[in-house]
Design a protein around this ligand. Sequence first.
Ligand code: FUB
Ligand code: ZN
Length: 619
Amino acid sequence: MENTLKRFTVNGGFFGRYQQLAKDTIIPHQEKAIKDELAGAEKSHAVENFRHAAEVIKTGKCSGEFYGMVFQDSDVAKWLEAAAYSLALFPDSELEKRCDEVIDLIAEAQHDDGYLNTYFTVKAPEKRWTNLAEAHELYCAGHMMEAAVAYAQCTGKTKLLDIMERMTAHIYKRFVTDGAEGYPGHPEIELALMRMYKCTGDKKHLELAGHFINVRGVNPHYFGEECKKRDWQVWGLDCGDTEYAQNNAPVRELEKATGHSVRAVYLYAGMADYAAVTGDESLVKACETLWCNIVQKRMYVTGAIGSAYEGEAFTADYHLPNDTAYAETCASIGLIFFARKMLDLQKRGEYADIMERALYNCVLAGMELDGTKFFYVNPLEVLPGISGMTKTHWHAKPERPSWFVCACCPPNVARLLTSIGEYAWSLEEKEDVIYSHLFINGELDGKIAVETNFPFDGKVTYKFKQAVNQMLAIRLPFWSENTQISCEYEAKDGYAYIKGAFAEGDVITVDFDMSVKRIYADSNVSANNGKVAFSRGALIYCAEGVDNGGEILNLAVKKNGAVSIEDNNLKAEGFRLKNNGDLYSFNSPEAEPCTIKLVPYYTWGNRGLNQMRVWIPEN
Ligand code: FUB
Ligand code: ZN
């Protein structure tokens, strides 16, 4: 990982559009948001908080107030990280200057002892490190570490990295040298420290990542004990709920993905990364167990995770309600991080399959196609008048806002899209194999050009512009039951291994089977019994009211009926049930034949307030 950032250039195609959009629209939009320049949007104050903290450091006083979530700093960090990747893709001296100015401000907000956090500096200086359960100090530090690594790698500038090395040293002293008890309420720093370690080579960063992973859950009552020692709270979290906080047991003993879903997958990504670097077998086993629990029992067909608003959390195996789903965008991004780290551990196509599923469906649906509006929650069924309105469904908004009070998701999408090359390839020089996980138009090292119109077309061409001596392993996605490859290969664990050496001018053509698939859920998923979902390649489809006479609840798909493809949309034979007028009746409703139009799920909600459904009854 982290070696494809500058080595793979996305050229046009599906993600080329998204990366251009990131540069032209998403990053400027989010910069305006964190600088409170976005008219009509939720106030952020995130950059202003750093200005206030800098004033405190300079004068000991503050003329303003901290505003926002306790983790507001992380919005600035994630924006900076996305901007760093964008600068690597599209050099832009003006953007770089503005990033440098934000970094200067961050430097001014840092204490002499390395501590950095605007909430505590401005609002509660005497309360540092007293509320690990709720107050996100380690989470914010982790995000800023990730931004620092990205900024150094993309621009060569190390000022933010120096800042975060000092903050890391501060944290190391507290938790390792001085032996303070505790671990992060919201995991994130584990994966960030792994990035710090890989970037700086400083073994203390690795040791600190290992420390937080190893101590977690050894004392499952830590947050409860901490809570009793303090007289303040952020929002009154139940610190005894150890499943919510993934500290119910030492991490190697965890068997189910529980609690807050973003916290969970960030933790697992950190664990997998640490295991890949250290070769810790018991940790690998735990990661495999947790992975299987998620993808076999707790994941939506869109790659979304987290079934409940309450706690933004996983609930129980097979509990996957469609209309009340939480399915936070960040959680699917975290699942992608986890998948990518599992690929570092083991080259198994199933990890990349899930990465692809979460990316092309839940994550992309998290953003309006024009890049200026975002979903936090990504339900699989939406009914205006109920969704976003009733108490049970208020979280499941039918339309995307331009910013949020809690704005974790939008900059997370921005940093993922701008660093997509990291997820498309593994370049493992030692093993002599180049792995192609995702099918994205672009050029690797100026040596291999990938041409494709994926995800709409199943043809992918690998053209060798120079001689390549490594083996090429191309993922064989689970959805393609009949893949044609223009040369000999050996299939293993979901990859087609093609022997090098390749000469300049060599071309490999891959044709994936893009036939439409009907998907049925395990009958334990009560929400989906008797229903069908549709996919074509990586894309999951949904029905929207705007294409189907406004009303889609009364539609049913015909069993074994025809399905055709038109302009990347689907048309399925079906029925519309006639309403017989009574709430309950002894008469079975009449069914009129009709055609049901289905569009890719990631495009839903771009044409006004609208009903939407992924799982449709089948008769
Ligand atoms: O707590 C920080 C972030 O805010 C979480 O990851 C999201 O779920 C949201 O609660
Ligand atoms: Zn989020």
